[in-house]
Design a binder for this molecule. Structure first.
Ligand code: ADP
Ligand code: MG
Length: 255
């Protein structure tokens, strides 16, 4: 992409500008009801999500737990607008995302949904800076590169801007992915086992950064994890089993 210029922003909104508007009661960050999803063809077709109903408040941190194959990743993809359910309604930041066509949904995701995967999913041919800046640019930010630089500095990678993913450690790659996910100030951040490929110390650094980034922006966090300590850091734990959300357990108790 030629002729990238660094443009410092014209007046930026303060970090709390959204929260200062008290005139309307905020809608929940995520609402699902009657959500069913089957994937696969013919005999291989699997009913993965079964009558999911869920409400997640603005700024809430939810730990999504459950056995392997219970549908956690699929539910996260539905909330992120990357998978459309067969039935039911998915509202994210007040928007019924089922009503959006593919282009509008992609734009919505770019602005409102941050995603962190277990395996980082950086673009290998782009530097750390480009991995963060290009999605911002696509979302229409005029000052994408300056913002990306700040976001990377915020996760401790101010000295790694020109590095390619292959030149970064796993923990560093996940920090880039986190900076990329948080940079647009999305309404929701979904993370699918974000520490699953990292050693314990590196994973806990990522988790600290994720919670700090979330607190700074009042982002709603939905986190799939097998780590009981990590789940316990969330405001609430939602447990899945065989494609269903289990009835609410006492707060912060995970068996
Ligand atoms: P979890 O993240 O809890 O381990 P997943 O959401 O990845 O669970 O998967 C739930 C179930 O759906 C599993 O049984 C899995 O094999 C099945 N599944 C996932 N993706 C597909 C697909 N594209 N086609 C068919 N079955 C799938
Ligand atoms: Mg999974």
């Amino acid at each position: 992409m030629p002729n990238r210029r660094r443009i410092e922003a014209a007046p930026r909104r303060g970090p709390n500008s959204r929260m200062n508007d008290l005139s309307v009661k905020p809608a929940p960050a995520v609402t699902l009801f009657g959500v069913n999803l089957s994937l696969g063809r013919g005999a291989a077709r699997v009913h993965i999500l079964k009558d999911i109903a869920l409400n997640i408040g603005r700024g809430e941190a939810v730990g999504l737990v459950g056995p392997s194959g219970s549908g956690k990743s699929t539910l996260l993809m539905v909330m992120a607008g990357l998978e459309r359910p067969d039935t039911g309604t998915v509202l994210v930041a007040g928007q019924d995302i089922g009503r959006l066509d593919e282009d509008a949904l992609a734009r919505f995701r770019g602005r409102q949904v941050g995603i962190v995967f277990q395996s980082f999913h950086l673009i290998p041919t782009m530097t750390a800076l480009e991995n963060v800046a290009v999605p911002l640019e696509l979302a229409g930010a005029a000052d994408a590169f300056a913002r990306a630089e700040r976001e990377l500095a915020g996760v401790g990678l101010g000295e790694r801007l020109a590095h390619y993913p292959a030149q970064l450690s796993g923990g560093e790659q996940q920090r880039v992915a986190l900076a990329r996910a948080l940079a647009p100030h999305p309404a929701i951040l979904v993370a699918d086992e974000p520490t699953g490929n990292l050693d314990e110390a590196t994973g806990s650094e990522i988790v600290d950064l994720m919670f700090a980034g979330r607190a700074a922006r009042n982002t709603t966090l939905i986190l799939v994890t097998h780590d009981a300590n990590l789940a316990a850091r969330c405001d609430r734990v939602v447990r899945m089993r065989s494609g269903r959300v289990e009835p609410a357990a006492p707060a912060k108790v995970i068996a």
